[in-house]
Design a protein around this ligand. Structure first.
Ligand code: G4P
Length: 289
């Protein structure tokens, strides 16, 4: 498990992170925002665009292996409409990663031309990774920097302590990602982060969480979810979230004394199975929501 998810955010911490990102901005040409493809809004940082001002940005929809294909495409289109390149990637297997460098070159084509016009023969583009805890920043860095193990050392003029990974001949990445905070004052955001396991659920009521997750499955379901719990479409549409939790608990034989269904155990099992991808690929947030 990533240690980052234990980070306690408080105003001082946010200010420090914000300052660090802003001081790195002058060293880089582009910001890479990593989001969770299942919850692109809840895994985003509400202040990022104001922090990075006009710096070009690319969005990586990470963990796309756990999101629905339809959802991934809708988010790609959503960002394209805002003139932002979004790439679906799976940093666990490396799927989609080879699209990254070409996408950066494309987004920065004007900058490359300008640098060449200034006399630079082989301009090097520099990027910085940002994202909330547990979204896959280290996985991405490990993936892309593996292609070239050499770390580019400090150069004159570059702030001391900064190290750069070489991704390609013309592409470098700041080795320390910017760890952003989610919009945690929004209850829905907290819930979505808990569904995906980005935040711990021991501060939340797991049964309520599971009931809400089941309500979401009623609108966007997967064949894996239905077959795993031997649920018919009628059963799914004809019962509310709590009734579904009871049905699932009963089917799994989760009973406590007196024949009552152990809905807490069923809730924990359901959340675990969703997080581990056993319930199929289900996107929890769509642009139209
Ligand atoms: P962070 O630096 O942003 O905090 O995130 P990190 O890379 O540590 O990734 C957090 C968890 O998400 C890790 O799982 C990692 O393997 C997983 N992960 C990252 N990218 C992907 C992806 O594209 N697809 C899937 N399915 N998982 C991804 P973990 O539970 O902490 O460790 P492990 O299960 O890999 O051992």
């Amino acid at each position: 498990m990533s240690n980052n998810q234990n980070i306690q955010w408080y105003p001082g911490h946010m200010t420090k992170t914000k300052r660090r990102i802003q001081s790195s901005l002058k060293l880089i040409d582009l910001v890479v925002e990593i989001l969770d493809a299942r919850i692109p809004i809840s895994s985003s940082n509400p202040d990022l665009n104001s922090i990075i001002e006009n710096k070009p940005k690319i969005v990586l929809l990470n963990k796309c292996d756990k999101a629905s294909k339809n959802g991934n495409q809708k988010w790609i289109d959503y960002y394209a409409n805002q003139n932002i390149t979004a790439l679906p990637v799976d940093c666990k297997t490396g799927k989609g990663i080879n699209q990254f460098a070409p996408a950066v070159r494309k987004v920065l084509s004007d900058r490359i031309t300008a640098l060449k016009n200034k006399g630079l023969k082989n301009p090097v583009l520099r990027v910085m990774i940002v994202g909330i805890p547990n979204v896959g920043k280290s996985s991405f860095i490990n993936r892309v920097s593996k292609q070239s193990k050499a770390k580019v050392e400090d150069r004159p003029g570059v702030t001391r302590g900064n190290q750069w990974y070489s991704i390609a001949n013309d592409l470098e990445m700041l080795d320390t990602p910017g760890v952003l905070w989610p919009k945690f004052d929004d209850q829905k955001v907290g819930e979505h982060l808990a569904f995906t396991g980005a935040i711990k659920d021991n501060i939340l009521d797991v049964e309520l969480l599971a009931v809400d997750l089941l309500e979401m499955f009623k609108t966007d379901t997967s064949p894996e979810f239905l077959s795993r719990f031997k649920l018919s479409s009628d059963e799914l549409s004809g019962n509310d979230g709590y009734e579904l939790l009871q049905i699932i608990g009963k089917k799994r034989g989760f009973l406590i004394s007196g024949g009552e269904i152990d809905t807490e155990r069923a809730a924990n099992m359901l959340l675990d199975e969703y997080r581990n991808g056993k319930l199929g690929n289900i996107t929890l947030e769509y642009p139209e929501d």
